[in-house]
Design a protein around this ligand. Structure first.
Ligand SMILES: [Zn+2]
Length: 92
């Protein structure tokens, strides 16, 4: 599972071995064997685990987090349908 975190100052990148200073963000990757790999922003970008996206005119770093259970809200459009029942009763 991948998770974006903020460094507290003692985080070392497992790829380039560089220190990730506070308040830089890093990517924590929990592996199947229980260990956690930490990647600095540069390495996460190189691996394709992070990308920049434009948000309100600014480039924002986004980690490709693996979250399960997030659903986009479905918009239900209410359509007002008027039913006109024409009952023509003709009596003679
Ligand atoms: Zn790195």
């Amino acid at each position: 599972m991948r998770r974006g975190s903020i460094s507290l100052g003692q985080i070392k990148c497992d790829d380039c071995q560089g220190i990730i200073p506070h308040p830089e963000r890093y990517l924590a990757i929990e592996k199947e064997d229980g260990t956690t790999e930490r990647l600095c922003v540069d390495c996460a970008l190189k691996r394709g685990c992070a990308h920049y996206k434009m948000e309100r005119g600014e480039l924002v770093l986004t980690f490709m987090e693996e979250e399960v259970g997030q659903k986009g809200e479905a918009k239900g459009e209410e359509q007002e349908a008027e039913k006109k029942e024409a009952t023509g009763e003709e009596e003679e």
